[in-house]
Write a protein that binds this ligand. Sequence first.
Ligand code: NAP
Length: 230
Amino acid sequence: MIPTALVTGGNRGIGVEICRQLLERGHRVVLTARDPAAAERAAGHLEAHGPLLTQVLDVTDPASVTASRERLRSEGVDVDVLVNNAAIYPRDALLEQPLDAWERTLRTNVTGPLLLCQAFLPAMLERDHGRIVNVSSGSGSFGEGLYGPAAYCVSKAALNALTVKLAEQIGEGTDVLVNAVCPGWVATDMGGAEAPRTPAEGARGIVRLATLPRGGPTGRFFRDEHEIPW
Ligand code: NAP
């Protein structure tokens, strides 16, 4: 049986590259996006690379997350790999931060990954097999100085904390591994054109964690193959 990977925000940027690399590594990929037309457009570029499903999934909407799980369940698809990639990056200054943008950032970047884990982790634990990759950022690292706009930094620091709590909840001695990863500074809509890394380079460290062998690390934070401080 080929493993199945679900990727959030799979329609552009690093997300579409994660999908491509996972297809090339022999996974079936569930490319999800909040906009159905965007999902289909991205899928059109990837279909030649391997077995691909598309789904509409807004990570901020619990009903959308549940519907995704139920559709996959009804099609007999088990999710072996969950990549929490979708995120937003508002640039407001902290003291002028509009409350709705603050809350939307936390809801997209932290609550979304939690909802996805609540939907897909229990079945991974039942099968004693799964990989969860939380796409974080050096901006969420206290050790690297929480560099960047406040709402984004706070959301990624919280995603890091969520990663630690998920690993604690999963416990040791299982084949379910959860890690956080920073893709580096990547040339996407979020990273800007001047960023030094390509989406393919940014996706590589994410895909490495998505395809870790049994006994691999869990509850850690990486950039490429190097562990970085929380
Ligand atoms: P991007 O180009 O801005 O793409 C963001 C993706 O997230 C898009 O597919 C977007 O969908 C999706 N998204 C946003 N809100 C969503 C929601 N509510 N439900 C579902 N999807 C949603 O960003 P990127 O640079 O590829 O970043 C990917 C990941 O890497 C993020 O977690 C980001 O924080 C992290 N990261 C990026 C950099 C960098 O330099 N680029 C650095 C460190 C970390 P729409 O098309 O519908 O908006």
